[in-house]
Design a protein around this ligand. Structure first.
Ligand code: ATP
Ligand code: MG
Ligand code: MG
Ligand code: MG
Length: 564
């Protein structure tokens, strides 16, 4: 490619709203442009990196036995009503209607579409089946930010697996887990797999998130150096199974009680209770040791989408599972208030309290606002459930000392079980002719977010430094003076030669000053730069490695052999 015609204008300054390094550099180096909040065009350079990422993902998905398909973004609202996610998904769901006033959504994920499609598979012999796609997702994020990190329209690889039993799902899940490890390694990321929380997607089993380690990550993860325990802090909070006792939840002065019938989304709750976004409560459901816990934790000062989503997740579980209906019923009547401490309740007791007629938030269909821990419930028992703290002993091995890291969620895998297959009729006849719902898993990778995460981890402030596997071009030839015939001829010959050899090469043939070319090249971050300047007269070029910053004057032939 000749840079004189490349659709990529470099910018000296990033727009003020670009706060993170990846966002600034991707804009400045001409990889992306914003069209509207959270909506981006991938310019040719950005598109090339995406294609590299996609190719790696495809290879690893294919190798893991997954089949590629492509599902529509426009999905009938009806399908989402069937899965009971239409309301519960909340405002993140983009809705639209056609000329006949039929309602549609723009898919934020594809469990509904794929599960309804699987209805056509009727025999257990056909399973297991895993499918995947790479495509556009739509989520009306409350706060699109950090460029590609949190888009409202973004690229995702999503995969869905269908097995006849849980053992099968365990196999598929671990195959996907390993494929994810290879993908992120090949992308050159520093990452970690952590225990996660099921959130809005619900599900009945294990779930892991893959976190790119980065100071700008929105998730905090607790890591034990002595064993392999690592968990998203939301999950780390609920790992202990100590006794927590609810007490005296009631009409204390200041704790206002609100009638809020039925299951509702966090958006509705916020409206009804007039809770400011930064006062959102988090709700988790944790099933373990034969018990079900409802865990309510105050949100951060920052609006945390994860936490909002957890609340919705609880509502969803309530619809799916009778044991947790009680938990969620309690959650529905739980505490909401501008208090800074985690609030935790053991659900068995809470439900008992509820049914024995204790008033206040212990009553179904009521919420409390302005609850004060210690006044409205016993604090001493809450400690066992509090958020894990840095420096604490690991809850799993009891040896290591937990430390915290920030992470960017780049991938997420779930054991879903029958949550969707039951609602949407994906079942097979087993060997005895009995109908059994398929056992599902789902597996996402944020393709466009991954691009941003790689950029965030690979730069030196001056510009991007692409890992070879993802770079838009392998070699950047800088022709120092387009007026100089010898230099021009040498650069053109080198360009042709490399292109012939199948090397992806970008030739800076612009009529620009050398300084500008160097600056832009550093900004763009192509792994190898070959400078064709005065030394071309002696058949020599300057060979520069972007990552190590090394420079060497070598013969043109030697330069060619180093990149082939
Ligand atoms: P987050 O916690 O960041 O909101 P999520 O848990 O809602 O993400 P999933 O539903 O697990 O996301 O989707 C699978 C993957 O898609 C995520 O792991 C992430 O890499 C990516 N992803 C999710 N939301 C966005 C977004 N708004 N922009 C870009 N990538 C996203
Ligand atoms: Mg989200
Ligand atoms: Mg998440
Ligand atoms: Mg997730």
């Amino acid at each position: 490619m000749r840079q004189s015609h490349l659709l990529a204008t470099t910018l000296r300054e990033a727009p003020a709203e670009a706060e993170t390094v990846n966002h600034q550099l991707l804009l400045r180096a001409g990889y992306i442009r914003q069209l509207a909040a959270g909506i981006y065009t991938y310019l040719p350079l950005g598109r090339r990196v995406l294609r590299k990422i996609e190719a790696i993902v495809r290879e690893e998905m294919d190798a893991a036995g997954a089949q590629e398909l492509l599902m529509p973004s426009m999905q009938p609202a009806e399908l989402w009503k069937e899965s009971e996610r239409y309301e519960v998904y909340g405002k993140e769901l983009m809705k639209l209607s056609d000329r006949h006033d039929r309602e549609f959504v723009l898919g934020p994920t594809h469990e509904e579409v794929i599960t309804s499609l699987m209805g056509e598979v009727s025999s257990y012999r056909k399973l297991p089946i895993t499918v995947y796609q790479i495509g556009t997702k739509f989520r009306d994020e409350r706060r699109p930010r950090s460029g590609l990190m949190r888009g409202r329209e973004f690229l995702m690889k999503d995969a869905y697996s269908f097995d006849t039993g849980w053992e099968g799902l365990d196999d598929t899940y671990s195959r996907m887990y390993k494929a994810y490890q290879r993908i992120f390694e090949r992308c050159g990321l520093v990452y970690r797999a952590v225990h996660a929380d099921a959130g809005a997607i619900g599900g009945q089993g294990e779930t892991h998130e893959f976190m790119a380690i980065s100071g700008i990550g929105e998730d905090t993860i607790a890591v034990c150096p002595a064993c392999d325990y690592a968990a998203n802090l939301e999950q780390a909070e609920v790992h202990t199974e100590a006794e927590a006792v609810q007490r005296n939840v009631s009409n204390q002065p200041g704790a206002e009680k609100f009638h809020t019938p039925g299951l509702r989304t966090i958006d509705q709750l916020e409206q009804e209770l007039q809770i400011a976004p930064d006062q959102v409560m988090k709700t988790l459901i944790y099933q373990g040791g034969g018990k079900t816990f409802a865990v309510l934790v105050r949100g951060d000062h920052e609006v945390n989408e994860v936490k909002v989503r957890n609340y919705i997740g609880a509502s969803e579980i309530a619809l799916a599972d009778s044991e947790t209906v009680q938990a969620a019923a309690f959650v529905e009547s739980g505490y909401v208030g501008p208090v800074g401490l985690p609030v935790t309740l053991l659900v068995d007791r809470a439900v008992a309290a509820m049914t024995s007629g204790i008033t206040g938030a212990g009553e179904r269909d009521f919420h409390l606002r302005d609850v004060v821990p210690g006044r409205d419930f016993a604090l001493e028992h809450v400690a066992d459930f509090r958020t894990a703290e840095e420096g604490e002993t690991c809850p799993v091995c009891g040896k290591g000392v937990l430390h915290f890291q920030q992470g960017i969620e780049i991938g997420h895998i779930f054991k879903l079980g029958t949550k969707y297959s039951e609602k949407l009729g994906a079942s097979v006849l087993d060997a005895n002719g009995r109908s059994k719902p398929m056992i599902m898993g789902c597996y996402g990778i944020g393709i466009s977010r991954l691009l941003a995460a790689v950029a965030e981890q690979n730069n030196d402030g001056q510009g991007l430094i692409w890992p070879a596997a993802l770079a838009p071009y392998r070699v950047h030839i800088l022709l120092m003076s387009v007026q100089d015939e010898v230099q021009t001829a040498a650069a053109e010959a080198l360009y042709e030669q490399l292109a012939q050899l199948g090397i992806e090469v970008l030739l800076d043939d612009r009529d620009e000053r050398a300084g500008v070319k160097f600056k832009d090249s550093i900004l763009m971050g192509i792994p190898v730069t070959i400078v064709v300047g005065k030394a071309a007269a002696e058949g020599k070029v300057e060979f520069m490695d972007r990552r190590s910053n090394s420079k060497e004057v070598i013969d043109i032939a030697e330069a060619v052999s180093r990149v082939t």
